[in-house]
Design a protein around this ligand. Structure first.
Ligand code: FE2
Length: 291
């Protein structure tokens, strides 16, 4: 089973986006989009109607990008899952959190996402779990229920909110797939100003949940680089900047990840035009650590 992962695509800057045909050529069995799948031009939206218009227009542009469109069409034609979630730039804007503002605003952002990606779900929430071959893939919503760091740093329910935490812990407890991945937009280990590690009780709670579960790991985006971590005892694989330019020199980034699962373990390939962002290694089930 082959899972492709990607995040951070800015259609205003890069159109067409050369990474998608490369991902398509891998013939993945599933696609995980980890957020910042579009970029709002403004970070100060307060009018739900204006926000809806801005998000819908950007989703329309991204879904019309030929490589992205062809990949989605192929996946859907084969019945292959597309698991997507938003981060800040495809929600309310840079480093903004849903629970800090009015309900109507975050509902507008979530509704736009649902219209764009049509996730399978039974209620308004967009966090979910899907069994894909040997993998239970959980996608959490780390934006809608989140509060600013100042208001939540010491809260064990931070980032996800109490009901989603209970759901996540329940899903992990009953998962019996050989592999388990919990995907969220912002990075788990400390990177930048939005990592889970900055909310220590929530970070520790997720470590406790996953550290002793064989075959478990965390997948994330947002960081504009590929990276791997295992500092906490939980393996994290980051792939970000599928269609972005570097900050200073405006060099094209086409980063994406391919995770190939077999009975013995998992091959992790993180592709990048930048040499220091390339990875290709295996994690064996019998020895569940980074090489
Ligand atoms: Fe982000």
């Amino acid at each position: 089973m082959k899972l492709a992962m990607a995040s951070c695509a800015k259609i205003q800057d890069i159109d067409p986006q050369p990474a998608w045909p490369l991902i398509h050529a891998e013939r993945p069995d599933a696609l995980l989009l980890l957020g910042d799948n579009i970029y709002l031009d403004r970070n100060d939206h307060h009018d739900p109607f204006e926000l809806t218009q801005a998000l819908d227009a950007l989703y329309e542009r991204q879904f019309a990008e030929p490589g992205f469109s062809a990949l989605l069409q192929d996946l859907r034609g084969r019945g292959a899952p597309v698991m997507a979630i938003y981060d800040d730039h495809d929600f309310l804007g840079d480093n903004r959190y849903g629970a800090d503002g009015p309900q109507a605003l975050r509902d507008a952002a979530r509704d736009a996402f649902i219209r764009a990606f049509r996730p399978t779900q039974t209620d308004d929430e967009v966090y979910r779990i899907e069994r894909i071959g040997p993998l239970d893939l959980i996608v959490v919503d780390a934006r809608y229920h989140r509060r600013s760091l100042a208001g939540s740093r010491d809260d064990p329910d931070a980032i996800l909110g109490a009901p989603q935490w209970a759901w996540l812990e329940g899903q992990v407890a009953k998962s019996n797939a050989p592999y388990l991945a919990v995907a969220s937009s912002s990075t788990f280990h400390a990177f930048g100003d939005e990592s889970w590690e900055l909310c220590r009780p929530a970070f520790d709670r997720r470590v406790t949940l996953l550290r002793d579960r064989p075959g478990a790991r965390v997948l994330s985006g947002d960081a504009h680089r590929n990276a791997v971590y295992d500092d906490s005892g939980v393996i994290e694989i980051v792939s970000s900047a599928v269609a972005r330019r570097s900050l200073v020199f405006k060099v094209l980034r086409s980063n994406y990840g391919i995770l190939s699962f077999d009975d013995e373990g998992l091959r992790v390939q993180l592709h990048s035009l930048k040499v220091s962002s390339r990875f290709d290694f295996r994690i064996e089930r019998s020895h569940w650590t980074l090489p």
